[in-house]
Design a protein around this ligand. Sequence first.
Ligand code: ZN
Ligand code: ZN
Length: 262
Amino acid sequence: MKMGVNSPQITDAVQAHLGYTLAVLTFSGAEGKLPLNEVSLYKVNTYTIELEVFLMQIKGMPLGPIGTNCYIVYDNGNALLIDPGAEADKIKAFLEREGLQVQAILLTHAHFDHIAALDDIREVVDADVYIHENELSWLSDPQMNGSYKLLGNEIVMKPAESTLKMGPMQIGDFTFEVIHTPGHSPGSVSFLFDQHEFIISGDVLFYHGIGRTDLPGGSMKEIEATIQHKLYRLKESFTVYPGHGPQTTIGEEKQNNPFVRA
Ligand SMILES: [Zn+2]
Ligand SMILES: [Zn+2]
């Protein structure tokens, strides 16, 4: 979005903080603070400062019987929807309220609690579903997606349109990296938004916890290796948005995670 701010003067705070992840803007006459992910200065004179602001936001919604976090990453009216696991109405209401156009639906893995709202959402959202190829068939397989055993109710979803390729990915204006993070399930992936310093980690790494490894294709050895070598290598300041529970940071988990320490 472009933002014009009329102001007689730019205070030092503006210039001093330009280029930082968090820019604190203070204008004489109207003081305000804005968290800005990126700020580029277009034109500065005595009367006008015009900034282009890229303000990516993330909304987490714990949904369904076991509070699975659905995430909506959005910017400038466009959105990525991640793990629509239940309560499609709540997701739809948020998209509508914010006026968001979903450009893709991404799945961290295919357990029932991360996929069960897919078909309801796809009634109103025209976007491709992306999943790791290892779990492509799980969307319609109640044994593998855990719904038969854990929910006592067979969850069967329509097939996904696309498989995820590991590495950098661009969808619309969103640029991120897909990382294979197996251990909880063989097709678990994480979505890394390097520039914005956060990662959506599915059921691999939680606040002071890790994902269970007793479900089909799970492995304790593998989840430990994933966390040590793929997640703990990230900057400590990175925010982790997990599939369940509150957000955390890489640094917090490296120091205090009781299961996997750096
Ligand atoms: Zn899971
Ligand atoms: Zn889960």
